[in-house]
Design a protein around this ligand. Structure first.
Ligand code: NAI
Length: 328
């Protein structure tokens, strides 16, 4: 049988952590033939709660769960890590400016990047979920110079899945009929969910919708503001759907995207589609043999160009802000 894979989850005692850990331990992250060893990183005040979650994980008697370590020390948490899910982050609280938010998260993602640099396994793959995800990923990546930059990714899969579902409902088609949807840019309100390259039953999705007004004024804002709508309805932020997206992201990265389809991942830009090199921006990607590649050669019309540029400009501003704070 396969060797156990070390999976580290930060913010393990949080809402997403609670929705995520059981799915990882049951084999949904890496596949039903891969045992996992869980490392849970929390802040000291939340270690006890993480221990409670670990008790429940034990009580599931998951055959693939090879062990659980709990720590408040990033060095221990990332020693030998193969898959790192960076979920814990500092949320924006009332009256907090963006600079304060970036600085507080720098205090989390800089030391975590350093600990990954010091101890991670050669094949480490990192997914940043904690917001602002793209820029937190950039901070961690910049502080891990010995790890190939492309191993640091940010989650836009929840946006991707939200867009899939909105489109399926609009057209009354099955989710399995939809292919090649793309989220471009930042995981924020400026993100651009692109239907112009998507396909529905083999047909162009934007043409199948045939309603530019819906696309611009309903679809895009519904997807971009879905997080706020969930908070409004549920009284708490998306957790199970976020955990599900994290599972999808890593699963596809490791096991590959389906033939004839692609997915969306926040990844360090290589300059494709005019996105400045190094920014962690969402792109259409194909995953194969444990690696991802940006889908090349898509024609970007004027409407899409403006939307992508606006989101990328926001990413560049965030990068400049964290550079100004000495975090990268
Ligand atoms: P939560 O507040 O329930 O849990 C966060 C956990 O992180 C807490 O248990 C906290 O103690 C822990 N934590 C804080 N600092 C830490 C550190 N330095 N090391 C380890 N753990 C630390 O929040 P929730 O709902 O689980 O969300 C987590 C993050 O995910 C938030 O930043 C949220 O905005 C983000 N998110 C991102 C999404 C995406 O699509 N990229 C979707 C939904 C949420």
């Amino acid at each position: 049988s396969k060797a156990a894979v070390n999976v580290t989850v930060t913010g393990a005692a949080g809402q997403i952590g609670y929705a995520l850990l059981f799915r990882i331990a049951s084999g949904q992250l890496l596949g039903a033939d891969t045992p996992v060893r869980l490392r849970l990183l929390e802040i000291p005040q939340a270690v006890k709660a993480a221990e409670g979650t670990a008790m429940e994980l034990d009580d599931c008697a998951f055959p693939l769960l090879d062990g659980i370590d709990i720590t408040d020390d990033p060095k221990k948490a990332f020693d030998g890590v193969n898959v790192a899910l960076l979920v814990g982050a500092r949320p924006r609280t009332k009256g907090m400016e963006r600079g304060d938010l970036l600085e507080a998260n720098g205090g989390i993602f800089k030391p975590q990047g350093e600990a990954i640099n010091a101890g991670a396994a050669d094949d480490v793959r990192i997914l940043v979920v904690g917001n602002p995800a793209n820029t937190n990923a950039l901070i961690a990546q910049s502080n891990a110079p010995d790890v190939p930059a492309e191993r640091f990714t940010a989650m836009t899969r929840l946006d991707h899945n939200r867009a899939m579902s909105q489109l399926a409902q609009k057209l009354g088609v099955a989710l399995t009929d939809i292919k090649k949807l793309t989220i471009w840019g930042n995981h924020s309100a400026t993100q651009y969910p692109d239907l112009f390259h998507a396909e529905v039953g083999g047909r162009n999705a934007a043409e199948a919708v045939g309603d530019q007004d819906w696309l611009e004024n309903t679809f895009i804002p519904t997807v971009a503001k879905r997080g706020a709508a969930i908070i409004e309805a549920r009284g708490a932020s998306s957790a199970a759907s976020a955990a599900n997206a994290a599972i999808d992201h890593v699963h596809d990265w490791v096991n590959g995207t389906a033939e004839g389809d692609w997915t969306s991942m926040g990844i360090p830009s290589d300059g494709s589609y005019g996105v400045p090199e190094g920014l962690i921006s969402s792109f259409p990607v194909v995953c194969k043999d444990g690696k991802y590649e940006i889908v090349q050669g898509l024609e970007i019309d004027e409407f899409s160009r403006k939307k992508i540029d606006a989101s990328v400009a926001e990413l560049a501003e965030e990068r400049d802000a964290v550079k100004g704070l000495g975090l990268i």
